[in-house]
Design a binder for this molecule. Structure first.
Ligand code: GDP
Length: 202
């Protein structure tokens, strides 16, 4: 699944423009700078993916990629959601972005899971909680990934993991396992791939 190409399929800037439902989708969300581009590159063994998503004009869109086959014959779609919490983005853009997210998350039958990236050094912040709220209300299954594992000392890893588990405890749509990753050292990437492969098998 991850050894082959991961081609760009489609960018959606508005909800009337979402691609037709096809194979299962997994989406990646998180505040800007959380390490989403780095993780997606590590996950798919390529550099072009994040470059595509970071092209000016595409950063506020949902970017769809094909995994496990060329576009049209893919087994899985990877959806890169726009990073949130970037201070320089105006109110109107934030509103557009929220609407697009809401519309995508509402009744997307092919959406298997959203991976929500949380910065391992910061832990769960109010903006992350807002994302969890949206996913809980949309009844979309989500799993938290703590990033930048390599930056943390052992005790800090334990603390942020415990605090994250606690933040997810009473959340109905949250998957009870948290994955720790490092795009730099590669920790957690095999676990993330296994979690994705398992979703496909379900
Ligand atoms: P994005 O805005 O969420 O796409 O984040 P990027 O992937 O562009 O990363 C933001 C910053 O965090 C960059 O300076 C990266 O080098 C750094 N970063 C990303 N992943 C890791 C990681 O696993 N470990 C460390 N130490 N830094 C990381």
């Amino acid at each position: 699944l991850f050894a082959g190409p991961c081609d760009f399929i489609f960018a959606s800037a508005k909800s009337s423009d979402l691609p037709v439902i096809g194979p299962p989708e997994i989406a990646f969300a998180g505040r800007s700078n959380v390490g989403k581009s780095s993780l997606l590159n590590a996950l798919t063994n390529r550099k072009t993916l994040a470059r595509v998503s970071n092209t000016p004009g595409r950063t506020q869109q949902l970017n769809f990629f094909a995994l496990g086959g060329a576009p049209g014959a893919e087994r899985l779609r990877l959806v890169d959601m726009p990073g949130y919490g970037y201070a320089a983005v105006g109110k109107e853009k934030v509103a557009n972005w929220s609407q697009l997210m809401r519309d995508y998350l509402k009744g997307r039958a092919s959406l298997a899971r959203v991976f929500v990236l949380v910065d391992g050094r910061r832990g769960v912040k109010p903006l992350d909680e807002e994302m969890f709220d949206l996913l809980d209300h949309s009844a979309v299954s989500y799993q938290v990934i703590l990033t930048k594992y390599d930056e943390l000392k052992i005790a800090e890893r334990d603390d942020v993991l415990a605090a994250t588990m606690k933040a997810l405890e009473k959340r109905p749509a949250a998957f009870p396992e948290v994955i720790f990753t490092s795009a730099h050292g590669g920790e957690g990437i095999p676990e993330l791939r296994a979690a994705i492969a398992k979703l496909l098998a379900e």
